[in-house]
Structures are given as structure tokens and as C-alpha cells.
Design a binder for this molecule. Structure first.
Ligand SMILES: [Zn+2]
Ligand SMILES: [Zn+2]
Length: 422
């Protein structure tokens, strides 16, 4: 199940449990807490003075289709949507240990247990023990501290080197949602979106954004009534007029421009040069070889008026695998040309995947975060782009749309190498 769907269900269930009273602490652990893009099931942990009462409320949840087991400290239900949910009652002294254990990942926990053994300690879901004495367990922080580590954010707990970094106090200071100043991919009803420019802008102002890019499709995407130069310039004129009214938000004149099957771009240079920001993407010819697709993306990345490559692997979760792509070659081209790579936080895309986001950073590529919204109500999905960035170990400094507008513009390739610096 996609993360955003799991989140809707998890939040409703946690609210319901809290409304029953008597719960001190409650958290959804597992891959949900690590913010993975898809979720298998939910593991909820709670502390309470009367756990039997909490369990009774849990198994009578109105949205439960089936009660798979019921006990005083652990019960399992299946929701109507098919999601299986485990609720465990934990004693307060072991809450941190339980949270750590059930958050995982398994591989991260294995490394922690080995580290504990090296210090003559034993780590399990009930605490960190020396012999039979519990030396930590109430909070995750005290367990990590006793193991000689900084507290590790759940998004990084994948056994990808985070424990070594935590030991050396070199963990990244992960980007947060509040760092993001604008959304760089969204569509309007000029193509396949549902809202007007005005409605998208109003939703962006609700989020206190400083700027957004309206990125309707270019003409190759005929299914979405993609824009030709004439319609695009008309839209940009409307945007100029909107910006001139000074409403505390800047709309960037932009376009999601198709990289054609031939490798050519879907719009001429003189049009692209007039934009504030151009994101180039592939929607067609995705069955080409890795060599062909890579060379299309590299050529686009090196083009003077292409600022970013959007949804770079083209994956659709559960529906379409990433297209074959030599990512290192693309990342190298982006690093040398100053082209940005997008982290598309649309819950069905989540593209780049976390490991490639980390790899992009290693290559010295700067990233931008977007929601690829097709309606005003999904702009808050930026939280999923941030989840992805955090799983990739990214800091605010790695992401250009954490910068104020002037700095954002100055960081674009078009400002320096494009030919008409602004
Ligand atoms: Zn697209
Ligand atoms: Zn799009």
C-alpha cells in the first residue's frame, strides 16, 4: 500500500484510540515510521495504565473488517482496505526499546545488537541489559547514547552506514518540511490538472510558499492537451499579470517539457529561454534500451535551457518499473552541467528512489522537491518528497528550493550558463 494511503488510515485509527482515553504514549512504528514509499502492515505501540481497555477499543474499531487475534497486550485486526494492524501494549520502562525494535529495519537492529554485544550488553525489545539489569529502555535516545551513538532518525535506519556516522557524530542534519519554500511541479486545467492557476496559487499560499512553478505538459503529451508555444506563451502572459498584482507569492513561468523519443526537445530554444524554470521529463519511448534513454536524458541535462530533469526513473509504484537507465552517467552529466534532479513526491512516483537520491548527492548534484500535483488539494504531498529526501540523507543545503527566490533563481543553470543571466 502507498505511504499516503497508509497514513490516512493510520492517523484515523490513532485518533480513534486516543479518543477512548487512557493512552499515555502511542506511535506507529515499522516501515511507516521509516517513511518507506510502500507499507506492508502497521505496527502500533502504546503505553497505558489499562491496556485491556485499549485492546477492547481497538478490536471494536468500526473500520475493522476482521479481528485476527485479541489479547490483553497484543491484538491484530484487518481493516476494510486490507491493511493488517498490530497493536502492542508496552510497559513505559520498555517503550523506547519497543519503538526501536518494531521500527526496524531488521538489518539496522542486527547491527545494533552486535554493537551491544561488543560492549557486554544485550539489546532486545524490552531494553538494553547488562546481565539481568536494564540499563536503558524508556526512550530510544538513552539506548543509542548507551551504545555510544547519536539518536538516528528512523528514515536512516536501513543499515546503509548510518551507525558508523552516528558513532562519529557525522549524521546529516536532514531536511525538514518547514525548509521548503516552493513546489516546482504542478499542473492546471490548461492540461491534465483539475485546478486553475488561481486555485493552485491559493493552495500554495496556504502552505506559506514563496514561489511555485506551473509546469503544464508540452505538446507531445496529446492525451493531456499539452501546450504548443502559442498556448504556453498565453499562459505565461496570464502568469505575468498574476505576479504583477503582488500577492506575496511568485509564480514561475515554467513547463514540463517532454524529451522526445528521438532525443530532441518538444519546444524550441527561443521559447525555453523565456521561461523562469524548465523541467524536462520522459513520458514516451520508455521501452528503449538503457543506452538510448540515458543519452536522451544526458542531452537534455546538458541543454542550456533545461534546469531540471523531472521524475528521472519514470517508475510508477506497483505499476511500472523504472526505465533502464545508467544513473551514474546521468548524475555525472547533471553535476558537470549544473542541471538539477527532481525528487518527485507524488505518492505513486516517489522518484528518485531513496538510494538514487543519496547517489545524486554523492555525485554533487543539487536536487529540487516537488509534488507533481494535478489538483490544489495535493500540494501538502510535499511531505512525501521530504520523506524521500530524508531517506536519501539529504540536508536543506542539498535542495535548491529550500532557498529564497532570488537565491533559487541564481542557482539555476540558466542564470549562469544559460546565456542571459538575470
Ligand atoms: Zn510527468
Ligand atoms: Zn507532471
Amino acid at each position: 500500500m502507498l505511504l499516503n494511503e497508509a497514513e490516512t488510515q493510520a492517523e484515523a485509527l490513532v485518533t480513534y484510540l486516543k479518543e477512548g482515553g487512557g493512552i499515555k504514549e502511542i506511535a506507529v512504528a515499522g516501515s511507516y515510521r521509516r517513511r518507506r514509499e510502500t507499507i506492508g502492515d502497521l505496527d502500533i505501540l502504546a503505553t497505558s495504565a489499562d491496556s485491556a481497555k485499549v485492546m477492547r477499543r481497538f478490536v471494536s474499531y468500526p473500520d475493522a473488517a476482521e479481528v485476527l487475534s485479541q489479547g490483553d497486550t497484543r491484538s491484530t485486526i484487518k481493516l476494510r482496505g486490507g491493511l493488517q494492524v498490530d497493536l502492542r501494549a508496552i510497559e513505559p520502562a520498555a517503550y523506547g526499546a519497543g519503538l526501536l525494535y518494531f521500527t526496524g529495519s531488521k538489518a539496522h537492529n542486527v547491527e545494533l545488537r552486535q554493537l551491544a554485544q561488543g560492549k557486554d550488553l544485550k539489546l532486545n525489545e524490552y531494553g538494553l541489559f547488562r546481565g539481568t539489569r536494564r540499563v536503558a529502555g524508556k526512550t530510544e535516545e538513552e539506548i543509542y547514547t548507551k551504545l555510544g551513538l547519536e539518536w538516528i532518525p528512523p528514515e536512516l535506519r536501513e543499515a546503509r552506514g548510518e551507525i558508523a556516522l552516528a558513532r562519529e557524530h557525522r549524521l546529516p542534519k536532514l531536511v525538514e518540511l518547514k525548509d521548503i519554500r516552493g513546489d516546482l511541479q504542478m499542473h492546471t486545467n490548461a492540461t491534465d490538472g483539475k485546478g486553475t492557476i488561481d486555485e493552485m496559487a491559493a493552495a500554495a499560499r496556504q502552505l506559506d510558499y514563496e514561489y511555485i512553478a506551473i509546469t503544464d505538459h508540452s505538446k507531445r503529451v496529446t492525451m493531456a492537451l499539452g501546450l504548443d508555444p502559442k498556448r504556453l506563451r498565453e499562459q505565461w502572459k496570464t502568469i505575468d499579470e498574476w505576479n504583477a498584482t503582488g500577492r506575496g507569492l511568485t509564480i514561475l513561468k515554467s513547463v514540463e517539457m517532454d524529451i522526445l523519443e528521438s532525443g530532441k526537445l518538444d519546444l524550441p530554444d527561443d521559447v525555453l529561454a523565456e521561461a523562469d524554470y524548465v523541467v524536462a521529463t520522459i513520458h514516451y519511448g520508455i521501452n528503449q534500451t538503457a543506452k538510448e534513454i540515458t543519452s536522451r536524458l544526458v542531452r537534455a541535462a546538458q541543454h542550456p535551457w533545461v534546469d531540471a530533469i523531472g521524475h528521472p526513473t519514470g517508475r510508477i509504484l506497483g505499476k511500472r518499473e523504472p526505465y533502464p537507465l545508467d544513473f551514474d552517467t546521468l548524475a555525472h552529466a547533471c553535476a558537470t552541467s549544473g542541471c538539477l534532479l527532481e525528487l518527485n513526491g507524488h505518492p505513486e512516483r516517489m522518484d528518485l528512489p531513496d538510494t538514487l537520491a543519496a547517489s545524486a548527492k554523492q555525485h554533487g548534484v543539487r536536487l529540487v522537491l516537488s509534488t507533481d500535483s494535478h489538483q490544489p488539494t495535493t500540494l501538502p504531498f510535499m511531505t512525501y518528497a521530504v520523506d524521500l529526501a530524508r531517506r536519501g540523507g539529504l540536508e536543506a543545503g542539498d535542495i535548491l528550493n529550500t532557498r529564497p527566490l532570488a537565491e533559487f533563481r541564481a542557482g539555476l543553470k540558466r542564470a549562469v550558463g544559460g546565456g542571459k543571466g538575470r
